[in-house]
Design a protein around this ligand. Sequence first.
Ligand code: MRU
Length: 333
Amino acid sequence: MRTLDYADGVITMIDQTALPEQETWLEIATVEDLVGAIKRLSVRGAPALGVAGAYGVVIAARAHSPVDEPDAFDTAINRIRSARPTAVNLGYAVDRVAPIARAHGLEAAEVEAHRIRDEELASSIAMGDNGADLIAELVGGDAVRAMTICNTGGLAAVERGTALAVVQTLHERGQLTEAIPLETRPLLQGGRLTTWELQRMGAPFRLIVDSAGPFLLSRDAADVVLIGADRIAANGDTANKIGSFSLALAAAHANVPFIVVAPESTIDMGTPSGEGIEIEDRGVAEVAGVRDFSWTPANIDTINPAFDVTPASLITAIVTDTRVVRVGEGEAL
Ligand code: MRU
């Protein structure tokens, strides 16, 4: 299922905040609406943010000609670029399309944005194959129990996904015993979105609460941990959904392979290590309650990092669309 696309000045995307209760499609034709959709997580997941950002530049160029209104165009694309700070794909895609819009105009920008979308689609298929092949090598092939966090499926990457693409490929090859998604507090991307995608693909799974993950790894409940990434630093340190680092520590303790699955576009060679990755703090409301309901006393403070950073030393391998890099064994990106 294609979860985001563009035609004639309009981005069409499934509203991820409404799932799984409702399958609502949004039509976005302004930069303001796109920035709002990104901030409230109607579109989320690093590769999907990249594709949305690429089409966002096209929408910006339609509203403000980069030649006739360069300042207005730059302001618009900077708003898109900074809507969420951690996923590198957003800035990467904006920075690819914007110079083409400036130099060659709207049609060329559209072509480049479509190219980014098509690259992500092809990447998802390749990551699925590369990841499933690696798992066959590491844990033997035909009865894999895969633990995963957040949502890394087609919702997060337009089609198929990253870590969940590997789960899907294992399932299609008849090698998946079960997926074990973590619910992923505070916004429940695992409980709401990954369960919805696993059900649609007909894959067996059992949902767990986040704090059960490390314990279940210590009790031999999974053969592999698969996560996506929002930004991979040059040394392999990986920013991903909060809770990934705890899983990596527990996987190392239990001697379970911990595999990061991400397209090449998520690797940020300009950031030397995880210390340089900006981590978004999403504020009080998500920790203090859900939607309009709050379970805390009024006026409390929270710490709400949306992501954490797993050091490369805890990562068995990074699987991309083109390669497998065993960073835990000292291989370099
Ligand atoms: O805050 P989110 O839902 O955008 O976080 C997404 C993740 O952490 C994903 O694991 C990551 O973007 C990789 S998705 C293919």
